[in-house]
Design a binder for this molecule. Structure first.
Ligand SMILES: C[S@@+](CC[C@H](N)C(=O)[O-])C[C@H]1O[C@@H](n2cnc3c(N)ncnc32)[C@H](O)[C@@H]1O
Length: 220
């Protein structure tokens, strides 16, 4: 087993319920968003705010890769934050990584990179705009805003993703179902109007789902 596989196993084993461990193993194996984020921030050591952090997987992944300075994850679902905090305690990382129950619109005492992985479509269009404005307000000079999201488009991936989102919400894993899928144009125009240089590329990985990586940074 490689050192990275062992590190991913340790992350999965820090979750106390077997179903969560299975979920985390599958997610870390299949989802390219965590590695993509690590690759983007590793040469730019800044604090990182993870809005809609869920059970805190990104923080644990970045720590395992040795690329975090300070990490704060916030999520409006208290159950997920409790689960994430229990995992941090089990992993002995509760003094290193921070998870906090809070709405993504709240101001946090941290400036650096900001990450929004699979969060935007759970908000209505105006909520998304406000959340992005709040994310931009937390960027430090040199900080990156990293967004991974489904984008509204005509494709079989998009259709399949909408169906899977329906089941996620019906199962209760997501308390609020998808509200609005942003288009590439919506995101790009808001970010560029905020003065950020924006690149958008597909990030489907080994999944059949629709997924894009949006990276926005202030010009020098
Ligand atoms: C699909 S999960 C993604 C979790 C995590 N970002 C990841 O990729 O591992 C979306 C998360 O966004 C959170 N969320 C949705 N709206 C939010 C808001 N207004 N403020 C903070 N978190 C929010 C949900 O509670 C959920 O945990």
């Amino acid at each position: 087993m490689s050192a990275m596989d062992a590190a991913l196993d340790r992350i999965a084993n820090s979750y106390d319920h077997w179903l969560q461990r299975r979920y985390v193993q599958g997610k870390l194996a299949a989802d390219p968003a965590y590695a993509a984020t690590a690759a983007l921030v590793k040469e730019r050591p800044l604090p990182l705010l993870d809005i809609g952090c869920g059970i805190g997987l990104l923080g644990q992944y970045l720590h395992a890769q040795g690329v975090t300075t300070r990490y704060l994850g916030v999520d409006s679902d208290a159950r997920k934050i409790d689960t994430g905090n229990r995992a941090l305690r089990l992993a002995g990382l509760d003094g290193v990584l921070q998870l906090r129950h809070a709405d993504g619109m709240a101001t946090q005492p941290i400036r650096g990179h900001v990450v929004l992985l699979d969060v935007l479509h759970y908000l209505p269009r105006e909520g998304q705009r406000a959340l992005i404005d709040n994310a931009v307000a937390h960027l430090a000079p040199g900080g990156l805003l990293v967004i991974r999201n489904v984008l509204r488009e005509r494709s079989w991936r998009y259709a399949l993703t909408r169906i899977s989102e329906f089941f996620l919400s019906a199962s209760g894993w997501m308390r609020v179902g998808a509200q609005h899928y942003p288009s590439e144009l919506e995101l790009r125009s808001q970010l560029e109007a905020a003065g950020l240089i924006t690149t958008i590329r597909p990030l489907h990985g080994n999944t059949p789902f629709d997924s894009y990586l949006v990276v926005a940074e202030r010009g020098k």
